[in-house]
Ligand binder design. Sequence first.
Ligand code: HEM
Length: 139
Amino acid sequence: MNKRELELVQTSWEKITPNSDEFVQLFYKKVFEIDPELQALFKRSMGMQGRKIMSMFDSAVEYMGQVDKFVPPLITAGRRHIQYGVNDEDYETVRQALMQTMSEVLDEEFDSETRQAWELAYNSMQDIMKSACHQPPLA
Ligand code: HEM
């Protein structure tokens, strides 16, 4: 990602975080609308779950330009996700839900350049998480 794309992701995320509860609720609603079967994977309360996801995105957005801080937590998260029963295809469902939620919450501020930057950001996150799932744990 270049500097401009990074900046777009960071400034749009700053607009979302003050209303993170609303954002997370809408996001899960969309995930389960696209694939109702995924509800069975979520065992914890949605409130707790939502806070964790928001804080993971917070750190990811903050450290996106710094490989050493960005990659290791996502590798760990990727390994945990396989234990939750998450499949590679589910990342596409979550991508769609995330983009739709961003578009509704940010409205016209989620223009095509910002969307493009978020697509790149999500792709790099999911690539790291998915590849971690298919590798043996580090010794
Ligand atoms: C970039 C993509 C994603 C990020 C950053 C992310 C982040 C997180 C975080 C931070 C947690 C909290 C616990 C932990 O760290 O293990 C979590 C849990 C979880 N995530 Fe994700 N996640 C992503 C994609 C997905 C996808 C595609 C699914 C598929 C449905 C999914 C399903 C779950 C489930 C089932 C849990 C555990 C819920 C529970 O214990 O009730 N996540 N995720």
